[in-house]
Design a binder for this molecule. Sequence first.
Ligand SMILES: NC(=O)c1ccc[n+]([C@@H]2O[C@H](COP(=O)([O-])OP(=O)(O)OC[C@H]3O[C@@H](n4cnc5c(N)ncnc54)[C@H](OP(=O)(O)O)[C@@H]3O)[C@@H](O)[C@H]2O)c1
Length: 428
Amino acid sequence: MTALPLPHPVPATTEGTTIPYPDEPVALLQLDGADPVEAASAVYREVRRGRRVVAVACGHPRAGVRLAAALDAIGVAAVPPPPGEAVLRPGVTIVPGPETVHGRLRSGPARVLRIALAGCGVVGGGVLPRLLADVRFEVVGVLVRDPDKAREPAIPAGLAVSDPAALLAREPDVLVEAISDASTGLALIRAALTRGVDVVSANKQAVGADLPALTALARAAGARLLYSASVGGGAPLVETVRRARTHGAVVRIEAVLNGTCNFILNRLAEGRSFDDALAAAREAGFAEADPTADLTGLDAAAKLAILSHEALGGRLVVGSVSREALARDGVLPDGRVRQLARLDVHSGEAGIALRAVDDDPLFADLADEWNALRVTTGDGRVFTARGRGAGRTPTAESVWADLVDLAEAGRCPKENAAGPCEPAASRR
Ligand SMILES: NC(=O)c1ccc[n+]([C@@H]2O[C@H](COP(=O)([O-])OP(=O)(O)OC[C@H]3O[C@@H](n4cnc5c(N)ncnc54)[C@H](OP(=O)(O)O)[C@@H]3O)[C@@H](O)[C@H]2O)c1
């Protein structure tokens, strides 16, 4: 892969997302600091829509601090405006509101969505407690390999199943698919969509296998397929590509898409050995027992296939993406190295390679498990995003945002299915 000059300077960047142009829309949110996780979710959903956010943190003396901490756990940086400076800034600004708020009346949902959760590991285990605590959702089943395994969080009695068919037999409205097995995940997604069941998936190997076919299946069945968490964990990368595409034809995508490799490369840069760096990635919960897909670039290639579909439509076959592996005995370029995914429409290049990025601030200082993305359109516009690319909290947040979008949108007419959710006047 060769580094090409950017047609435009990179616009102002905040941790978590970038506002490409100052005319980007603004969301003004009044938030109850007594529940910082819910408040952070509301902010995150606006950030991934590409909006600047002014968050008024109410209801607690430390509401702003608590909200900032909850946002940091997702990978969204938020700051109070410096004294004397404008409240309306790029990214997320937190301003203090009244310390007492009158009890918010939350009306019951028009319709409770029946949820089948597939997988209760790092990601599914982050989503389950939120589903159980939210009156908009009813969990009807949880698919795992071993229903008898002790796990945290525990699966409530009667919900655990080990047979995918038994899960769908419980007649869910939505399948949340977060299992680590690509072929079972793909079969489950297909079966759910065929029945007209909406799907939220974090499984990039399943979704990335043939997204055009899955999208067509969803459309034919009048179901929705959402997969934000499958690329970038909590970083809104799918949304950023989608947004770029609405502004013009996408000509180039450059991205760091694998948090495990980024974590390892940062440790190698500190002088640690490969085995030491891999062990640290495992200890931090980012590398799996078998990290082959991460290290060989297969994981990033599946994610690039998904982004390619968002940018260009059509199918990028994962196997056709050139890959350079990060290996124990491999030789890295000098400087700050990243596992860089690149798609170039003009040259036809689609590849994952280890590249020095010292002169590129978007990628050079990317900490730990963070991911980043730059999308360039034909007229030279540049859209960027950054965020936490792996881990329970940010990934579950991304799944949650898809779910809330579904709950708030209601069912779309068939011709509009499979695409992003827009609020509908009525729920199904
Ligand atoms: N972890 C992350 O940071 C992250 C970020 C973005 C996307 N993802 C994606 O999200 C998905 C889940 O990742 P994870 O980290 O949560 O994995 P995980 O911790 O290994 O959990 C996987 C879950 O799937 C279940 N499972 C696996 N194969 C199954 C099968 N054949 N039948 C039924 N259940 C099966 C496991 O059941 P048991 O518990 O009984 O073993 C487990 O509950 C993966 O596709 C991953 O690529 C993960």
